[in-house]
Design a protein around this ligand. Structure first.
Ligand code: UGA
Length: 317
């Protein structure tokens, strides 16, 4: 296949592109290298992809491209590009979220009208918002609690609209806090591991009893491949790792993996954060055969290794 991976220099995009290349597919990667985190981390993510002749990079924002031309020779689009970050989506920053998450998705969908090219859209558990209805099921109400969640939900609705009105073949995957090697530097585990390795304090937002259904990166990648193969157009799926744990308990686990105590500082809860996420993944299991495989212990061990081997040396360069 010839596939497009948007956001191919990012955490999930680069991991997915690498798996596709390993399987022998040709990948056209698009990434605008937004300044949300250091470019050298994204360049590091790209290195293994650049070993493949079948990898081509377009270093541009989706909004600057003639997408109808770009998608012509393509068999599928994995749309991972987004302005990420739940807590940073307030204030003047929201403009970036509307452009990169909503408008860019709409342009991509427009370019697929009249084609049979499927689009797998990276949605988010943040579309559910604060709820006591746990585990979260795809047909539960959506009340995002952050502007980021609003933008991800808006784009999910656009996918649905383009499927219903124009037959654009879309599937939306609601990821639940993905972690593992290449995780973004703003995310909890990346920050916690780095702080513990360098002897700095970990900041915990709120009382640390909030929970997340953490999902290991290779399970999220697998979900994308299964979503394409299953052809359940117009559907939405929870992609959760089955590793729900509180932030306090996750730090205990990291202490046992690293064999050292963490220094903790509790701070006020952050606007936009929900208290709990917990994925009901029955639908993904039934329709896609998706079953998460990696335990939190193994996944965190892999992330620790990556931070030690790749991130820390990169940051001291
Ligand atoms: C993550 C991603 O950042 C979103 O892009 C994604 O859409 C979302 O998951 C999702 O899957 O729905 P989040 O759950 O906030 O969002 O992920 P983390 O940054 O790893 O935070 C997890 C928890 O740790 C949150 O409760 C947060 O408040 C807490 N945290 C984070 C801290 O206590 N301290 C920190 O330094 C960072």
């Amino acid at each position: 296949m010839n596939v497009i991976v948007t956001g191919c220099a990012g955490f999930i995009g680069s991991s997915l592109a690498e798996r596709l290349l390993q399987q022998g597919h040709s990948v056209l990667g698009i990434d605008c290298f937004s300044d949300f985190y250091p470019r050298k981390i994204k360049e590091e993510n790209l290195k293994p992809l650049q070993d493949y002749e079948q990898f081509q990079l377009v270093a541009k924002n989706l909004l600057e491209l003639d997408l109808s031309e770009l998608v012509k020779p393509t068999d599928a689009v994995f749309h991972q590009a987004a302005q990420a970050g739940v807590r940073s989506s307030w204030g003047s920053q929201f403009e970036i979220y509307t452009e990169n998450n909503i408008l860019a998705t709409q342009r991509l969908l427009e370019s697929l009208v009249g084609t049979e090219i499927p689009l797998i859209y990276a949605s988010s558990s943040s579309v559910y918002g604060e709820t006591t209805q746990l585990p979260m099921r795809e047909d539960h109400p959506t009340h995002p609690r952050s502007p980021y969640g609003v933008s991800k939900l808006a784009a999910e609705h656009l996918c649905q609209l383009y499927w219903e009105n124009y037959g654009v073949r879309c599937v939306a995957l609601r990821y639940f806090t993905v972690y593992g090697p290449r995780q973004r530097p703003d995310m909890a585990f990346h920050r916690f591991i780095r702080a513990m390795l360098t002897g700095e304090e970990i900041e915990i937002y709120g009382d640390g009893e909030q929970t997340r259904d953490f999902t290991f990166i290779s399970d999220a990648v697998e979900a994308n491949l299964r979503a394409l193969a299953s052809k359940k157009w117009g559907e939405v799926y929870n992609i959760g790792g089955g590793s729900r744990i509180s932030i306090n308990a996750s730090i205990k686990l990291l202490e046992s993996i690293l064999g050292k105590k963490a220094k903790l500082r509790y701070k006020a809860p952050q606007r936009g954060d929900v208290t709990h996420t917990y994925a009901d993944t029955h639908k993904a299991k039934n329709d896609l055969g998706f079953v998460p495989k990696t335990s939190l212990q193994d996944g965190l061990t892999a992330e620790v290794e990556w931070i030690q081997k790749v991130v820390l040396p990169l940051l001291t360069q």
